[in-house]
Design a protein around this ligand. Structure first.
Ligand code: FAD
Ligand code: NAD
Length: 474
């Protein structure tokens, strides 16, 4: 054993690196072990989120949106651009530069906070020792009073459509196409399928999404999912519901798909296939046999409500444990665990975690859906407001979608807010604050909102709960 730390974090994704920084801020001697290798062959901190997830996908969503707007949104403003072209090297290169800036930024934050980074694969041994194996096979062991497991997640592979990194790809592959695929197939109309499907649709691909479930975006509120589906269809995203992929064969002229839908067996040939059917917790090689850390029935590290594994001094956070696979959920768990280790009062409110899908229009929500309230027998009132009646949204030519607010019928406490429309990724934050403070729809209704802003849709939806919206019939 070469060194003894107060805290060792395994994994430097948004759960792990945030835990490491917070632990160091609290005066704990902290190390963080991560194995992610960047395109330059060097250590790239930041995990899935910074390297092949949140940040690169948003970079491409923003670039592709600019391109799409030239043909689809600028003419209505009286602006026309002839012969717009995309330079793919610049398109992908800009995304890579942003990734490098942010992964490098974590290295600087580690330096500033005195977190010691280790580059290699960490394995938890009995007694809170961590064996680190470098890429060249070299091994060293370090020990700590506390170990935080933050090993994240990896894409689920379908046995009949295995990733080959070229024709059948996961999220990482779909963020690195060297040319725009003429025909893109996507398996799974979940968050990745919709976001990356949108990127390539905007760049000109014919996009067909095959989704196994009969309902579109069943995790979202049904009204919001319905409105979103209508807008995505207008953009040319061809989403086939209740469709099951049977086979994907790579041939000379593309990937040949066989799937079954309500009408029977169907064939489709695409140039590239993105498989985005969910992610699973990643724990390969993470745990020696005798650590006592347990996995649940879905292979996630088993933890209690305090992210504790039940083994003295061993904690787990982020995508590797139960709960939504979201960067901000993992980061907040990281902060809370560091604070619990330091003897402080950590806190994560899972009931107000916001969900955002960065499509066009965006989809965002927090709290319960209408169906969840109905199923639980909770009495509620609903307020809605369409962006079509919001001056700012109309001025932007983005007046689609609505805000829907659900409040308890007796107490008026806000139980859920669901949105589809322009800028809702930002609007949801106000609702999360209100919900965190146990606010009511009346609280939001009485708050002055700037005019003309998109936030007036939240204000009006809150008024509409009490049937007193000003700019629509109630
Ligand atoms: P990860 O980010 O997966 O990091 C785990 C790290 O641990 C990795 O670097 C891995 O190499 C390392 N590791 C694993 N095992 C070991 C080991 N034994 N030794 C050393 N290192 C190890 N979420 C959002 O909230 N917003 C978004 O917009 C969003 N967009 C996304 C887009 C895409 C395309 C994808 C794929 C995901 C997106 N997500 C988004 C989800 C988000 O990326 C994850 O929820 C988040 O990265 C999970 O953080 P984590 O720290 O738990 O794990
Ligand atoms: P997902 O769970 O969002 O969607 C997967 C979809 O694939 C589901 O609709 C599911 O019904 C469908 N599916 C499953 N098996 C199928 C099959 N055999 N054939 C056809 N469809 C099938 O998963 P994802 O899109 O892979 O994303 C993984 C995780 O990453 C999500 O949990 C999400 O939280 C996270 N993520 C978040 C963001 C964001 O916050 N904006 C963006 C991307 C990813």
């Amino acid at each position: 054993m070469s060194d003894k730390f107060d805290v060792i974090v395994i994994g430097a994704g948004p759960a792990g690196y945030v835990a490491a920084i917070r632990a160091a801020q609290l005066g704990l001697k902290t190390a963080c072990v991560d194995a992610f290798t960047g395109k330059d062959g060097k250590q790239a901190l930041g995990g899935t989120c910074l390297n092949v997830g949140c940040i690169p996908s948003k970079a491409l969503l923003d670039s592709s949106r600019q391109y799409w707007n030239i043909a689809h949104n600028l003419p209505v403003h009286g602006i026309s651009v002839k012969d717009a072209k995309v330079d793919m090297a610049t398109f992908i290169g800009r995304k890579d530069k942003i990734v490098k800036q942010f992964t490098g930024g974590i290295g600087q934050l580690f330096k500033a906070n005195k977190v010691t980074p280790f580059f290699g694969t960490g394995k938890l041994l009995k007694g809170n020792q961590v064996e680190i194996t470098a890429a060249d096979g070299g091994k060293q062991t370090i020990g700590a009073t506390n170990v935080i497991l933050a090993s994240g997640s990896v894409p689920i592979e379908l046995p009949f459509a295995k990733f080959d990194g070229k024709n059948i790809v996961d999220n990482a592959g779909a963020l690195d196409f060297t040319e725009v695929p003429k025909r893109l197939g996507v398996i799974g109309a979940g968050v990745i399928g919709l976001e990356l499907g949108s990127v390539w649709r905007r760049m000109g691909s014919e996009v067909t999404i095959i989704e196994a479930l009969p309902d579109f975006l069943s995790v979202a509120d049904a009204d919001i999912a319905k409105l979103a589906a209508k807008e995505f269809a207008k953009q040319g995203l061809d989403i086939k519901l209740d469709a099951k992929l049977n086979k994907a064969e790579v041939k000379k002229d593309g990937v040949h798909l066989t799937y079954t839908d309500k009408s029977g067996e169907q064939q489709l040939v695409v140039d590239k296939l993105l498989v985005a059917v969910g992610r699973r917790a990643y724990t390969a090689g993470l745990l020696a046999d005798d650590t006592g850390v347990k996995l649940d029935e879905r292979g996630r590290i088993l933890v209690d409500e305090h992210c504790h594994t039940g083994v003295d001094g061993v904690w787990a956070i982020g995508d590797a444990v139960r709960g939504p696979m979201l960067a901000h959920k993992g980061s907040e768990e990281g902060v809370a665990v560091a604070e619990w280790i330091a003897g402080k009062a950590g806190h994560v409110n899972y009931d107000t975690v916001p969900f955002v899908i960065y499509t066009e229009p965006e989809v965002a929500w927090a709290g319960k859906t209408e169906k969840e309230l109905k199923d639980a027998g909770i009495p509620y009132r609903v307020g809605t407001f369409p962006f079509a009646a919001i001056g700012r949204a109309v001025a932007m030519n983005e007046a689609v979608g609505q805000v829907k607010m659900l409040a308890h019928a007796d107490t008026d406490r806000i139980l859920g807010v669901h949105m589809v429309g322009p800028g809702v990724s930002e609007l949801i934050a106000e609702c999360v604050v209100a919900m965190e403070f146990k606010g009511s729809s009346e609280d939001l209704a009485r708050i002055v909102h700037a005019h003309p802003t998109l936030s007036e849709a939240v204000h009006e939806a809150a008024l509409s709960v009490d049937k007193r919206a000003i700019h629509k019939g109630n």
